[in-house]
Design a protein around this ligand. Structure first.
Ligand code: ATP
Ligand code: MG
Length: 258
């Protein structure tokens, strides 16, 4: 099994400038974060609001530049690749955000929304585009009749399936999921999580799965990393960590769901 993603001492600080008399403030959003995600593995990142989970996601996607440390994708150091050189990895790593009304362009039909990543990354020939859209819809459990609808004509769960279809359209190997079900109704949450589990096996995907919900992480992830104040305070196989938590913060998280 190969290593898909590896970080080494990844750190990020933000500098906040106050008003004229306020002191400059430094926020350590990520401190020396090291982990790896193997092929077909899902690593869960859990921690309270502000603990640095999304910061890690943004660093890995190279949406923001690390202050220190190293990121390797597929064995290649991408820490300081220029945007142009980074382009070849763009299709291999996708992100699924929490569903909100503004994630999908409200003017585009499902058909157009799914063709967009296929075109940008030249995944299939023009002549195969229609068939590929049909295949993607089926793969994420949507009926062919949804194809001509706009996001506003679909439910939250259906829209989240479209977002997932766009992520897998590029044949991504690693999908960063940042609170992918938090905005959904509990009954719908389970369906979306099960879809993600099925796709992981069918497509041999790896996930970096971010959630503040331990139940969700337990259901989804082989391994778990617990974050607090920008640091990973505990990491291991999910069941090992949950059955034998070492850090006080992890114990509190577990108590909260019992
Ligand atoms: N662009 C930014 N500029 C300044 N500070 C930031 C920026 N982005 C994040 N932060 C700060 O970094 C810290 C970590 O934020 P981050 O968004 O990574 O937390 P999180 O664990 O994803 O929280 P949540 O569960 O609420 O999404 C917070 O203190 C946040 O205020
Ligand atoms: Mg976040």
């Amino acid at each position: 099994m190969s290593v898909i993603l590896r970080t080494e001492d990844l750190s990020k600080h933000y500098i906040i400038k106050g008003g004229a008399f306020a002191k400059r403030q430094v926020i350590q959003a990520a401190k020396k974060v090291s982990f790896q995600v193997m092929e077909n593995e899902s690593l869960g990142l859990i921690g309270e609001s502000g603990s640095g989970k999304s910061t890690i996601a943004n660093l890995i996607l190279r949406l923001t530049q690390p202050s220190e440390g190293r990121i390797e994708l597929f064995g290649v150091d991408v820490t300081s690749l220029k945007e142009e050189e980074m382009r070849r990895y763009r299709k291999d790593i996708q992100i699924i955000f929490q569903y909100t009304n503004d994630v999908l362009d409200p003017q585009m039909t499902v058909d157009e929304l799914l063709k967009e990543p296929l075109k940008i990354h030249r995944i299939v020939k023009d002549s195969e585009m229609d068939q590929e859209v049909a295949r993607l819809l089926e793969q994420v459990g949507l009926s062919p009749s949804e194809r001509w609808k706009l996001p506003g004509q679909l439910s939250g769960g259906q829209n989240q399936r479209i977002i997932i279809a766009r992520a897998i359209a590029t044949r991504a190997k690693l999908i960063v999921c940042d609170e992918p079900v938090s905005a959904l109704d509990v009954s719908v949450q389970g369906q979306i999580l099960n879809l993600l589990i099925r796709l992981k096996e069918e497509l041999n995907l790896s996930y970096l799965f971010i959630s503040h919900d331990l139940k969700v992480i337990r259901h989804m992830c082989d391994k778990i990393a617990v974050m607090k104040d920008g640091e990973i305070v505990e990491m291991g196989d999910t069941e090992d960590v949950l059955n034998n938590p070492r850090h006080e913060y992890t114990k509190k998280l577990i108590e909260a769901i019992l």
